[in-house]
Design a protein around this ligand. Structure first.
Ligand code: Z15
Length: 814
């Protein structure tokens, strides 16, 4: 890797030694790995700080437009390795630590993942921050500093157990607390009107207040001196209020205040693609949005005198509907605090806010009961009422007499606040996250909104950062690529297409496959250490890692494994290439059926892995506690990438891109970004199966299909389904999996049985393809070579040009 930033090795070593001493009163020889991690991180932070200061000085000097990426989730993973990569001296620090007698990899393993997110949506936000900094775009990530992040998953007797993620227990060396930027956030009470100089002012009274205190985390750009900020908010009890209460002897009230603050940021809700309607969740939303928007306006006013220019300097990008109260909060500030009239404020707001939609899953749509919403946020609710009143008038004037339009588009309806409708009404841009997803939004889910204002809609196909998921996660492949085509791919991933010419050359095929093999050994060692299971690195590594959700169809995958096992046991001529089926998935704590699927996977693993008669042809491994840090190992080692969602349901997917980048073949449905992956790599270099989105949606319009037809006509399916209820995988409780059986036979809303035969066929095809070593090598190399489009750098360039209108900034150190 080219060193773009100077590194003083001896100075660095000295600093690490000093840090261990001042932090822990110990000579380095006696330091624990955790202590060395802290000491190294503080040394790295020193280098980051100067660039952080220089970056913000430059932003202020130029008074640049800034994007505020508002998100409930930032799934950052570990910081140390990534910061070293982006400072361009990872290898040099590895050497320095070697000389001190430490292994950088082991030191990195001391760091807990910053798991402030659930899955795709949160990780996308993290990739975007990396790309924004690398491209030199002025940006803040705004979120919540959850005391406990995504739970740690343990597997006991095959069942998922959730353990608290106490990620801050040893301290977070990279964050900086900024009490000087604290703001107040108000909840509850009532609104009274006060007339001053002939104008009505709306004043919230009798409220509870929470102090929002920001912690800043540096986001280092690759080799360019840019350091942006992830600002995550902590909640503290309001000091003045407390003192006041103590004075009056209102001890209980003060304690209440303390508890209110504590609970708001206590824990990340572990739901992915699911709305639970919890009051505390709405508190979290308003808490971080009010704090972020207030702070953004204060910052704007430091450099700008006319609030009307806000849209020229600020965009609030709302990551899904979770931050949508930003629309009303901005209106509140503009009217109640800046003294603007409605029309003026609305014009500014709707040129400042933009909204990204990430799902069409009905159960993910946020619809707050008006009773709850108005009680918790009385002033915000008033504003939403007025937004709705005017919006409905607009609908009626466009479509006179058409009550359906009002019913489908109103923000307030059936006693609920529909957050997606508020987001669309309050935004100048609405984007989907892959071409197919955007098309479905325009033609189906948001059709009425699209027809009303088509120019508001646009697509931004997701992407991933190659710095973390190739340069850091797959160092062998990264340096092989750099050997062949130079290192510019690190900031310009489309360069990978230069690798195409190597894909048909036997020598390079062998090199590439050897790297894959080394990565498979690395993963096999991890699995041995963490699961106690032996897997053969010469077998096909067939991998499905992602959140557990019925629409993602892990159930289809494991049913196919059961089917294949039956074939092996009953059909003496059945020939299959040895395959290791690898799963990794967290189920939301309250999602019963998802947890049962985890139990099924582990039960199937138990039976199959312990059956010597099949000579290890099938192994099933469930990797515990799937998260960003072990994902990096998993992607690098995969041969087959399972992307098997029911077509139309996965908005984009981003794991699919990480597999492709690392040279795996997609086995998938035509869903989300899979469609674009196939478009880039060519159909012959992926294996596609199953119903198309159009077909799925047609069945749904016609009331579904009848899974019993398949049950009756397909003996293999019948056998597998029967094994769910005959105790084959649950001898101690034959009814354990009956719920899964019933759901498949009676409804099968995710078309698992419908797609089963096609999925079997697809696996046969993988088996055949894999045996042709040269062609397989060519396929995987072409996957890497054609993955350039899926860099989040490309995605962010599109956002910056087409939605945000941002200008790049250059930062130099003096
Ligand atoms: C989430 O992870 C995604 C969508 C959501 O609405 C929520 Cl609440 C969580 C995912 C999509 O399921 C996935 O397809 C997409 O790639 C990802 O967001 C990023 O856009």
């Amino acid at each position: 890797m080219k060193k773009l930033i100077d590194f003083d090795k001896e100075g660095f070593k000295k600093e690490v030694i000093t840090n261990v001493k001042t932090l822990y009163r110990r000579p380095i020889e006696e330091a624990t790995p955790q202590q060395v991690f802290q000491a190294v991180s503080y040394a790295v932070k020193d280098d980051i700080i100067d660039r952080w200061i220089a970056t913000h000085k430059e932003y202020e000097k130029k008074n640049v437009k800034t994007v505020y990426y508002l998100s409930m989730e930032f799934l950052m993973g570990r910081a140390l390795g990534n910061n070293l990569i982006n400072l361009t001296y990872y290898d040099a620090v590895k050497e320095a630590l070697d000389e001190l007698g430490f292994d950088l990899n082991l030191i990195e393993d001391q760091e807990p993942d910053a798991a402030l997110g659930n899955g795709g949506l949160g990780r996308l936000a993290a990739c975007f921050l990396d790309s924004l900094a690398t491209l030199g775009y002025p940006a803040y990530g705004c979120g919540i500093r959850y005391r406990y992040g995504m739970f740690k998953q343990a597997i006991k007797d095959g069942y998922q157990i959730e353990l608290p993620d106490d990620w801050l227990k040893d301290g977070n060396p990279f964050e900086i607390k900024r009490p000087e930027y604290a703001v107040e956030v108000k909840f509850g009470g009532y609104v009274r009107v006060e007339n001053r100089d002939g104008r009505n002012y709306f004043i919230q009274d009798g409220y509870q207040t929470v102090r929002a205190v920001p912690y800043d985390v540096p986001v280092v750009g690759y080799g360019n001196n840019v350091v942006n900020t992830l600002r995550i908010w902590d909640a503290e009890a309001d000091q003045e209020f407390c003192l006041d209460s103590f004075d009056k002897g209102e001890y209980e009230k003060a304690v209440e205040q303390q508890n209110l603050a504590k609970t708001i940021v206590e824990v990340l809700y572990p739901n992915d693609n699911h709305y639970a309607g919890k009051e505390l969740r709405l508190r979290q939303q308003y808490f971080f949005i009010s704090a972020s928007v207030q702070r953004a306006i204060l910052k704007f006013k430091e450099k700008n005198s006319d609030i009307h220019n806000l849209p020229d300097k600020v965009t609030f990008q709302m990551n899904d509907t979770h931050p949508t109260v930003a629309v009303a909060e901005l209106m509140r500030i503009l009217m109640d605090e800046e003294g603007l009239e409605w029309d003026d404020a609305w014009d500014i707001t709707t040129r400042t806010c933009a909204y990204t939609n990430h799902t069409i899953m009905a159960e993910a749509l946020e619809k707050w009961p008006i009773e709850l919403f108005s009680r918790l946020l009385p002033r915000i609710y008033q504003i939403v009422e007025e937004i709705n009143r005017r919006f409905v008038l607009k609908i009626q004037s466009m479509y006179p007499g058409n009550q359906d339009k009002v019913k489908n588009m109103a923000i307030l309806y059936d006693g609920q606040v529909k957050m997606a409708h508020l987001a669309i009404a309050g935004s100048y841009s609405v984007n989907g996250v892959a071409a197919l997803h955007t098309k479905i939004l325009e033609e189906r889910e948001l059709k009425d909104f699209y027809e009303m204002r088509p120019e508001q809609f646009n697509n931004k196909t997701n992407g991933i950062t190659q710095r973390r998921f190739l340069l850091h996660g797959n160092p062998l492949l990264a340096s092989w690529i750099t050997d062949k085509i130079g290192d510019e791919w690190i900031v310009k991933l489309s360069n990978l297409k230069k690798l195409k010419v190597y894909a048909t050359d036997e020598k390079y095929q062998q090199e590439f496959m050897n790297i894959k093999y080394q990565n498979k050994i690395r993963l096999a060692n991890y699995i041995k250490e963490h699961n106690g299971v032996d897997v053969d690195p010469r077998s096909i590594f067939d991998v499905q890692v992602k959140r557990l959700h019925e629409y993602k169809r892990q159930l289809l995958n494991i049913l196919h494994v059961m089917y294949q096992y039956n074939e092996l046991k009953t059909n003496p001529s059945y020939d299959m290439y040895p395959t290791t089926y690898i799963f990794g998935a967290k189920a939301s704590a309250g999602y019963k059926r998802a947890k049962l699927i985890i139990k099924l996977i582990n039960s199937v693993a138990d039976v199959i892995n312990n059956d010597a008669s099949i000579k290890g042809k099938i192994k099933v491994v469930f990797i515990e506690n799937y998260r960003v840090s072990n994902a990096e190992l998993i992607f690098a080692a995969a041969d087959v990438s399972e992307q098997i969602s029911t077509a139309s349901r996965e908005a984009s997917g981003t794991g699919n891109m990480k597999f492709m980048l690392n040279g795996a073949v997609t086995l998938g449905t035509m869903d989300g970004a899979n469609v674009e992956i196939v478009e880039e790599v060519g159909e012959e270099n992926a294996v596609i199966f199953g119903l198309r989105a159009e077909e799925v949606m047609k069945y749904e319009r016609e009331g579904g299909y009848n899974p019993k037809d398949i049950y009756n006509n397909d003996a293999a399916v019948r056998t597998v389904l029967t094994q769910l209820i005959n105790g084959m995988y649950s001898s101690d409780d034959p009814d354990r999996f009956r719920d899964l059986y019933d759901s498949l036979i009676n409804e099968d809303v995710y078309f698992i049985l419908k797609d089963f035969a096609s999925y079997v066929e697809a696996h046969r095809k993988i088996d055949t393809l894999y045996r042709d070593e040269k062609n397989w090598a060519k396929m995987v190399m072409l996957n890497t070579a054609c993955s350039g489009k899926f860099s989040s750098d490309r995605t962010i360039e599109e956002y910056a040009k087409e939605i945000w209108n941002l200008k790049k900034v250059k930062v130099t150190l003096d």
